[in-house]
Write a protein that binds this ligand. Structure first.
Ligand code: ATP
Length: 305
């Protein structure tokens, strides 16, 4: 049986500006995404009928299932395969197998990553010959973060996050991800944001110019100082214990720390690889997270291996 395998990174938001709720239920975003080398793998194997199935295995050092991942048509990788099949009138089925390393419901877009990976894997398996633009269009229909996970690297995200354009970056950034014992619902965090802004709608979001300047200069300290996330106060209100991660990160000399996306993962920026290892040790020793995972960015988007 023929097989294709795709590796896909997790995403973080170096800045996440969230505007007022739109009529279609989405929020306008102004974000800087970065893909990091904390990767899921999605394998697509030929089948003899037209069934589209998925199985999920948990991989990675110490990472475990923080929340259930659906193994039916609700799995975003299955949705992606079905969307590609519809768009190109493919008759074949596929057996998908996900090796999950990206924390589930961790604010790192793991489900969206698997969707991007499934698009690339099934495109290659079925020989659909989709253009980059066609894949991006299908990706945008699957979720706001999915186009970026095809793209990878570091990029601006506009619209509801799906309008992606590259950002100039020098150097590599060393991150430690403080993983919480259970996930946070993205929908609940956005609902909390709307409640906070019920009487005071937020302005249209913008990316902080200082962040772009620091990225272009490869200035890690500048990036650390410019990290921002409009959802952070809501995530911290829902999970006050995350404050302890910030306290330890600061004591250990982190260049910056931020709730990743809608949380509860907290991303901590280190000076270099040694400092990253030290930060991970300290976070674990202080017991402020269940796991502390080191990863660097930027990393390429979904790609065949
Ligand atoms: P985001 O950062 O995009 O808001 P997240 O990283 O917080 O998302 P995910 O891990 O993508 O959260 O999971 C969100 C929901 O999607 C979960 O309820 C999960 O059950 C569901 N889901 C569907 N398909 C997948 C998948 N392939 N991997 C992980 N979760 C999936």
């Amino acid at each position: 049986m023929r097989t294709t395998t795709v590796r896909v990174p997790a995403k973080i938001n170096l800045s996440l500006g969230v505007g007022p709720l739109r009529g279609d239920g989405y929020h306008p975003l102004a974000t800087v995404y970065q893909a990091v080398d904390l990767c899921d793998e999605v394998r697509a194997t030929e089948v003899e009928d037209d069934s589209v199935t998925v199985e999920v295995h948990f991989g990675g050092d110490g990472l475990r299932e923080q929340a259930p991942v659906p193994t039916d048509d609700n799995n975003l990788a299955v949705k992606a395969a079905l969307a590609l099949r519809d768009a190109f009138d493919v008759k074949a089925g596929v057996a998908l197998s996900i090796r999950k390393v990206i924390p589930v419901m961790g604010g790192m877009a793991g489900g969206s990553a698997d969707a991007a990976a499934a698009l690339v894997a099934c495109d290659a398996l079925w020989g659909t010959g989709a253009t980059r633009l066609q894949l991006e269009e299908i990706a945008a229909g699957l979720g706001s973060d999915v186009p970026f996970l095809l793209h990878g690297g570091t990029a601006l995200g506009g619209g509801r996050g799906e309008e992606v354009s590259p950002v100039l970056v020098r150097g590599r950034f060393h991150w430690v991800f403080a993983i919480a014992d259970r996930g946070l619902s993205t929908a609940a965090v956005y609902a909390g944001y709307d409640v906070r802004h019920a009487d005071d709608p937020p302005p249209m979001p913008e990316v902080p110019p200082a962040l772009l300047t620091a990225l272009a200069a490869g200035d890690a300290a500048g990036v650390g100082a410019a990290l921002s996330n409009d959802l952070q106060p809501v995530a911290l209100a829902l999970r006050p214990e995350l404050q302890d991660v910030f306290a330890v990160a600061e004591q250990a000399g982190a260049l910056g720390a931020l709730v990743s996306g809608s949380g509860p993962t907290v991303m901590v920026l280190a000076e270099d690889a040694d400092h990253s290892a030290e930060l991970a040790r300290r976070l674990l020793a202080e017991g402020v997270c269940v796991d502390a995972v080191q990863a660097t960015g930027p990393h390429p988007g979904a790609h065949l291996i």
